[in-house]
Design a protein around this ligand. Structure first.
Ligand code: SF4
Ligand code: SF4
Ligand code: SF4
Ligand code: FES
Length: 351
């Protein structure tokens, strides 16, 4: 442990811990934009600058590590610098909400009372169109913080995105200037999820009001597509009572907010008209009829009992699924072994 002072207050920290985390733990707010705890320190946007006694210039708290005896000041000159940097970012940030995702730069500007003093004459950047149907990118909302590119390299290890061009021509593009679909991209949406301004956004959210995501109800659940069991938030629009997008949070285990293409984008089946929403039981007429869960379960139990009594427990086998949760799979083997009396339990995805 080391001892340091923050705005005159003595605090303790682990040696080498990033200042941004030390400050947050001690209730000192320093804004960040390019920082992501999942990614290596970067120090690109500078909105997290603080002053450290003896340092020739303000340092980024997200890329500076705690050391014994440091004297840190988070207000005064550093505060003014943060405001100026925010204003500078706003001068070339023409589209605040291309797709209704939260925009941390706009939130920060509101918090600091910062406004763009003018718009740079060359602020408008060449638009980007991609033929994939899930993710869009608007260069006019992008602050070039490189979080998306770093995510692709450090988390997904897919190298699908690059920072291209210089100055007013700089943009994020899929590598080799191709479509996302022609790169190593698996459309996991991870780069979208770490983008602080919503410059990468869900295409199906285009045209929705600013910050729509924060107005949606988040219902935490487990992704049902495979046995990894990623934790997801179904974002529900309460007006229509429909799931409109899926997000995840870095605090969730086991996936730490990362998802694959199925977990993030394949949610429309929930509202598909062909989907069975009530249990069906075949009647005397040979047709399937809607019924209650109690009746359907009673019919299934009776059928299983009759087969067991007539042909013995070994005549019955259970097929579980890697798409169920661990708890559900546990219950299936329990039903097979303890209730029916067979050890014939297999997973449909085991071979
Ligand atoms: S969507 Fe996923 S796979 Fe595609 S570029 Fe972004 S992080 Fe990489
Ligand atoms: S697209 Fe988003 S994450 Fe990527 S550089 Fe631009 S603002 Fe940063
Ligand atoms: S998000 Fe992908 S990896 Fe995670 S549980 Fe769903 S299907 Fe499996
Ligand atoms: S958040 Fe620290 S430099 Fe960007």
């Amino acid at each position: 442990m080391v001892e340091l002072t923050v705005d005159g207050r003595t605090i303790q920290a682990t040696e080498g811990e990033l200042l941004v985390h030390v400050l947050a733990r001690n209730g000192v707010f320093v804004p960040t934009l390019c920082h992501d705890a999942k990614l290596d320190p970067y120090g690109g946007c500078r909105v997290c600058v603080v002053e450290v006694e003896g340092a020739p210039r303000p340092v980024p708290a997200c890329a500076t590590r705690a050391a014994q005896g440091m004297a840190i000041s988070t207000n005064g000159r550093a505060e003014k610098l943060r405001r100026t940097l925010t204003e500078m970012l706003l001068t070339e940030h023409l589209n605040a909400n291309p797709g209704g995702r939260p925009n941390e730069l706009v939130g920060l500007a509101e918090e600091l009372g910062a406004e763009a003093p003018f718009i740079l004459p060359d602020a408008k950047r060449e638009p980007y169109e991609d033929r994939n149907r899930l993710m869009g990118y608007d260069p006019d909302a992008c602050i070039l913080c490189n979080r998306c590119v770093r995510y692709t390299q450090e988390v997904m290890q897919c190298s699908a995105l690059s920072l291209e061009g210089r100055g007013p021509e700089a943009r994020i593009v899929p590598t080799w200037d191709r479509s996302w679909l022609d790169t190593e991209c698996e459309l996991c949406g991870g780069c979208l999820s770490v983008c602080p301004t919503g410059a990468i956004y869900e295409k199906f959210e285009e045209g929705f009001p600013a910050n729509r995501e924060v107005q949606l109800d988040k219902v935490k659940t487990t992704c049902t597509f495979c046995g990894v069991g990623c934790q997801i938030d179904l974002n529900v629009d309460r007006e229509t009572n429909r799931i409109v997008k899926v997000t995840s949070d870095p605090s969730y285990l086991p996936n730490e907010g990362d998802l694959c293409v199925k977990g993030r984008f394949a949610f429309n089946f929930v509202h598909h008209p062909d989907r069975l929403t009530e249990p069906l039981v075949r009647g005397e007429d040979g047709e399937l009829h809607e019924t209650s869960w109690e009746h359907a379960l009673a019919v299934a139990a009776k059928g299983l009992e009759e087969v067991r009594d007539r042909h013995g427990p070994q005549s019955i086998g259970f097929l579980a699924s890697a798409r169920l949760t661990m708890e559900e799979n546990f219950l299936i083997q329990k039903l097979a072994r303890a209730v029916i009396g067979t050890n014939s339990v297999h997973s449909c995805e085991a071979t």
